[in-house]
Design a protein around this ligand. Structure first.
Ligand SMILES: [Zn+2]
Ligand SMILES: [Zn+2]
Length: 315
């Protein structure tokens, strides 16, 4: 991407001269604001169709964090005419959560849709910073598990069979790289832009996988989508940034590699790992005896946490 003074190629075809707002090197494409937005929206629609993510008649629950990717996803799905609702988990991480929630509420107003908000403190009895002190593992992995649990639960309770997340091409290519470097085959067997409904879990979809971070930011800015640029103060993102940096270096060395690396993986390698999924992803899922959610153990991770928080808090 770059912002050289070029003319929009689509306008040019129509015999008009309009300056471009973007030049996408990997597509050799310069577009004006109107045609960039059109291009972006078409790309999302094509991704949804190509991977059979959901039909226009299906209600979609969008996991929104207040950041540019998920906010853009919620916005663009509505613009494309899908019935998409926002769902936000208030983790209780001070100003950060407060600002994120405000952005979600702001976008809800623009879309004329009330976001669904779950407050972790009410669900678990404590906000994330307290929860984090009670368990082993990084804040991100604990937070990830808590979020997934609630997406599944809320989706089922409210009758959504599809949950959408704002993962973009940069996220997917760099996490693929990290998992290949570490031969994390369990993860590779499940790395796909759509995961089918199974064992009490809703379908999981990632409609922004063909778009880069830069493209999403430009679309959000041009469309006036509210979002926060703050990253989570509890997050340890050093590893993620490291692999994103490497991926960017490879991309700068050979344009289009990022896209090829991910989409050729999906086409050529994923089917092989996926056919071995039963062997790779061991452990049957059963139902948690406390809350009834799918869980690999008798009592699920979140119910165990809730118990521990109760024990620790003076009554
Ligand atoms: Zn144009
Ligand atoms: Zn449970």
């Amino acid at each position: 991407m770059g912002r050289q003074r070029r003319l929009c190629q689509i306008c040019k075809q129509k015999g008009q001269r309009r300056e471009s707002v973007v030049y996408m090197k990997e597509h050799r494409l310069a577009l004006c604001e109107e045609h960039f937005k059109e291009w972006f929206e078409r790309r999302v629609r094509e991704t949804i169709k190509e991977f059979k993510m959901f039909k226009p008649s299906e209600r979609v629950l969008v996991a929104v964090s207040g950041g540019k990717d998920s906010q853009t996803l919620w916005f663009v799905l509505n613009k494309l005419g899908y019935d998409a609702d926002g769902f936000f988990i208030d983790l209780g991480i001070g100003d950060y959560s407060e600002e994120s929630k405000q952005k979600v509420l702001e976008l809800g107003k623009i879309l004329g849709k009330e976001p669904k908000i779950v407050k972790l403190e009410q669900e678990l009895g404590a906000p994330l910073p307290v929860v984090q002190n009670l368990v082993m593992g990084s804040a991100c992995s604990v937070c990830g598990r808590i979020k997934r649990y609630h997406f599944n639960k809320v989706a089922r309770e409210l009758g959504y069979r599809v949950v959408a997340t704002g993962h973009n091409l940069d996220d997917e290519a760099s996490s693929l790289l990290a998992n290949v470097v570490n031969w994390n085959v369990k993860y590779l067997a499940r790395k796909y832009p759509v995961l089918p409904e199974e064992k009490g879990f809703p379908r999981k979809v990632k409609p922004l996988v063909k778009l880069t971070e830069e493209q999403i930011r430009l679309y959000a800015d041009l469309s006036g989508i509210p979002y926060t640029d703050r990253s989570c103060p509890m997050g340890d993102t050093a590893n993620l940034h490291f692999y994103k940096g490497i991926m960017e270096q490879i991309e700068n060395h050979a344009r289009g590699t990022k896209y090829r690396f991910y989409f050729e993986y999906l086409k050529k390698i994923f089917p092989i790992f996926n056919s071995l999924k039963e062997e790779l992803v061991k452990g049957e899922l059963r139902r948690c005896t406390v809350c009834g959610e799918p869980s690999p153990s008798e009592v699920c991770f979140v119910c165990k946490l809730r118990e521990r928080i109760k024990e620790k808090s003076p009554s």
